[in-house]
Ligand binder design. Structure first.
Ligand code: THU
Length: 132
């Protein structure tokens, strides 16, 4: 599966978003070494802080299907943004712990624009378990 196909999976995931409060639907998809793809969309709640982002739902979906850190090859995220969508800070922290350092990250928007980044670029000097 290539980058464009994974972004297409994220677009499909976006259609499953539950976002009646922000009306801002986000989709994500993670690719694992065995070729499996796991989807996630943002799921909101009337108690706003309880909202969950698409990226974390996709990663957690993969984990609940038995995948671990070293299985992940790439994550794609898509939203209706001017430029490619940028993951929030909470997702960056989770991604830096649960994805391998060389995981490819694709950020995209509905206009067909995308940009590749890395965990190091998204969250330099990350706090991690070794700091505890
Ligand atoms: N959101 C995501 O799902 N991922 C991001 O990277 C940015 C924000 C969601 C959270 C909330 O449901 C909505 O977008 C507006 O912030």
């Amino acid at each position: 599966m290539d980058k464009e196909q994974l972004i297409e999976c994220a677009r499909e995931a976006r259609s499953l978003s539950y976002s009646p409060y922000s009306k801002f639907a986000v989709g994500a998809a993670v690719l694992t070494k065995d070729g499996s793809v796991y989807l996630g969309a943002n799921v909101e709640n009337s108690s706003y802080p309880v909202c969950m982002c698409a990226e974390r739902n996709a990663i957690y979906n993969a984990m609940m299907n038995g995948k671990t850190r070293d299985d992940f090859l790439a994550l794609a995220v898509i939203g209706d943004t001017e430029g490619p969508i940028s993951p929030c800070g909470a997702c960056r922290q989770v991604m830096s712990e649960l994805l391998p350092g060389d995981c490819r990250i694709f950020m995209a928007n509905l206009k067909g624009e995308s940009r590749e980044t890395s965990l190091e670029e998204l969250l330099p000097f990350a706090f991690d378990g070794s700091d505890l």
